[in-house]
Design a protein around this ligand. Sequence first.
Ligand code: ADP
Ligand code: ADP
Ligand code: ZN
Length: 213
Amino acid sequence: MHILLMGPPGAGKGTQAERLVKEFGIAHISTGDMFRAAVKEGTELGKKAQACMQAGQLVPDDVTIGIVRERLSKDDCKKGFILDGFPRTVEQAEALDNILRELHLSLKAAVNIDVPEELLIERAVGRRICKKCGSTYNIKFKKPVHEGICDVCGGELYQRADDSEATMKNRLAVFHKQTEPLIAYYQNNGLYKKIDGTKSVDAVFDEIKAALQ
Ligand code: ADP
Ligand code: ADP
Ligand code: ZN
């Protein structure tokens, strides 16, 4: 199973990717997570990505395509994968098609988790993440039992630097301009699946699974 998840920022891609990974036993490839790890480690890649992410802009295509190409060649991708947040531009989608052709793979679906703008801002600004295990919470929609503490591992929760309302506005503008054209791209090759992302996490998951039948 090879799937891509292409919803706007805060739509629930990471949340659904986690479930799909469990359901299908496939690898989870999140370019956002890869960039955040590189920033934390202070690598060359992290230096290239940090300013773009902080401003709510995209990391340049050549950098992003490079890390995905390398990641997809790893052994754990042989069992299938879910691309979470890649591609985000038509150039990235074209590069992905080339990479998949080289690997003799084909996509099952391009899933767009559709959520209206007000709700996206609320979801992203309320997002909290565990420093230790990466579990995701929301101060409104998925509260931890004890404020600021991870239910799973007791780790401390933090807020992403780009999850402010101001940066979210930029990220949404970037989504409309650079990522939305991918809807037509994947409609044209018959892979596009639009999912109503306003429902509960369980309901969205069921809808995605049905779309993958
Ligand atoms: P993305 O990876 O698309 O940016 P996340 O999966 O991190 O999105 O979700 C963004 C925020 O919204 C998180 O705080 C998450 O807990 C919350 N969230 C995700 N899906 C839902 C949902 N269906 N209903 C309510 N809140 C949700
Ligand atoms: P979200 O879906 O919540 O916006 P991500 O974690 O997927 O968050 O991405 C965070 C940031 O990482 C993006 O705003 C962008 O700066 C960078 N990024 C992630 N994926 C890509 C991509 N495919 N192309 C360019 N930049 C990306
Ligand atoms: Zn944790």
